[in-house]
Design a protein around this ligand. Structure first.
Ligand code: LRH
Ligand code: MN
Length: 432
């Protein structure tokens, strides 16, 4: 198989050529359809082209579960190769200019070099992610019974120090946020004092908060369960919001879609966090049962649309303190991670475009008049409109591919990586 660099502008232009006329006629047809609804298609395309989502560095390698991991070929072996794959995703979608790193998985002793490597690839760095849910080789104190909320102050101090290291590394990279997710909790009723554990969390995060540079934000990520299976210290948005409001104006709540019980109304949580001016951002993915970390929009696209509907309402209302950081957080166990991350970024743009074309004036009228059916139908019409031409046109305006997966596959990039990245992949269990 011949190899072509899928990031090369000429390669992308030639890959787009066979799709150009179909896109042009589909775009014109959709434009006329939306015109009849009083919507200018180019306005939507511009907004979609400006929509950005960060790639999780841990998502470009094949993920796994506790039962096993089946690595693909040509996997990135270090953070520099992870960035290379991220640049392919960005060049072919035009939607993912930043990467969210996870320490120590992405630790390097040359963060300035990493920053330059990223810049050369056209990439920046989004929120840093700390990790006190695993013990590292040679780590003095274990996180088996918790980290920021451990009963032993020395363990808490070790966890706090790690988070401050993440801030220091992030500052060298140009990141301006730290995401703190901890697995701390209990497997048995009685194992922990539910109130004091939360107080220890507030004490530890207050120290981390003090270390935040002036223009940084701290994202508190709640999760209902796993690895703790009875009680998790930051179990829900309520605990997260209480912590953010206690810590200070730089603390915000991060919503990982997979961190809720099935059927929880996540768009309602988003509406409340917007109201509280504490919506920091998202870890987008999809799930059917637990924290499945499946591709965004692959299981519940209507739910994703309803989340973006709340974001568009907030945007239109010019909600104060509203700058949500969008990130993907997925585990790609059976697909090529580059393909999954490209299609997932595009599914977020789809939900955003669908929310943008909702006829808000008519919807408002039906709501005020309690014309329930027409209100529901008017909202749903955004979701049932095929906005694919807008998404493809937005990519073209960014010099990206009309058919990213097609362009990626015909480039032979993965096969080339298999050649360039020899070496046995570890088979163990676990998400990375
Ligand atoms: C926890 C989580 C968190 C990351 C980890 C990789 O489930 O969502 O955001 O640190 O996955
Ligand atoms: Mn997450």
């Amino acid at each position: 198989m011949t190899y072509a660099d899928p990031r090369d502008a000429n390669y992308i232009a030639s890959a787009n050529q066979p799709h150009a006329s179909a896109l042009a006629s589909d775009y014109t047809a959709l434009g006329m359809q939306l015109e009849r609804r009083g919507i200018k298609i180019d306005d939507i395309t511009r907004a979609v082209a400006n929509f950005k989502v960060a790639i999780p560095s841990w998502g470009v390698g094949t993920g796994g579960t506790r039962f096993g991991r089946f690595p693909g070929v040509g996997e990135p072996r270090n953070v520099f190769e992870k960035l290379q794959d991220c640049s392919v995703i960005h060049k072919l979608t035009g939607a993912t200019p930043t990467v969210s790193l996870h320490l120590p998985w992405d630790r390097t002793d040359d963060y300035n070099g990493l920053r330059e490597h990223g810049a050369a690839l056209g990439l920046g760095f989004d929120a840093m992610n700390s990790n006190t849910f695993q013990d590292q080789p040679g780590q003095p104190l274990s996180y088996k019974y918790g980290s920021l909320t451990h009963t032993d102050a020395a363990v808490r101090a070790q966890a706090v120090a790690h988070n401050i290291d993440c801030i220091k590394a992030g500052a060298l990279l140009g990141s301006r946020a730290l995401t703190v997710w901890i697995g701390d909790g209990a497997n048995f009723p009685g194992q922990t004092h539910l109130g004091r554990a939360f107080e220890r969390y507030l004490e530890s995060t207050a120290t981390i908060y003090k270390a935040l540079p002036g223009d940084w934000r701290m994202f508190i990520e709640h999760k209902m369960y796993e690895p703790a299976f009875y009680a998790t210290v930051i179990q829900d948005w309520g605990s997260s919001l209480m912590a953010a409001q206690t810590l200070g104006p730089k603390a915000f709540c991060l919503v990982d879609l997979g961190h809720h019980a099935p059927n929880v109304n996540i768009e309602m949580i988003v509406a409340r966090l917007v109201h509280a001016q504490r919506l920091g951002g998202f870890h987008f993915n999809d799930s059917k049962y637990g924290d499945d970390d499946l591709d965004a929009g692959s299981i519940e696209p209507f739910r994703l649309f309803l989340v973006f509907n709340e974001l568009v309402e907030a945007e239109l209302a010019k909600a104060p303190n509203f700058q949500p950081a969008h990130m993907l957080d997925q585990s790609h166990n059976v697909t090529d991670p580059v393909e999954s991350l490209m299609t997932s970024a595009i599914e977020l743009q789809r939900a955003y475009a669908q929310a943008l074309i909702v006829e808000r004036k008519a919807l408002h009228g039906y709501r005020i008049g309690n014309d329930v059916l027409m209100a529901a139908q008017t909202l749903k019409r955004g979701f049932t409109t095929d906005v694919s031409p807008i998404l493809a046109q937005a990519r073209v305006t960014r010099g990206a591919a009309i058919d990213p997966v097609g362009a990626y596959r015909s480039s032979g990039y993965r096969a080339k990586c298999a050649e360039m990245r020899p070496g046995k992949q570890s088979l163990g269990g676990g998400i990375v």
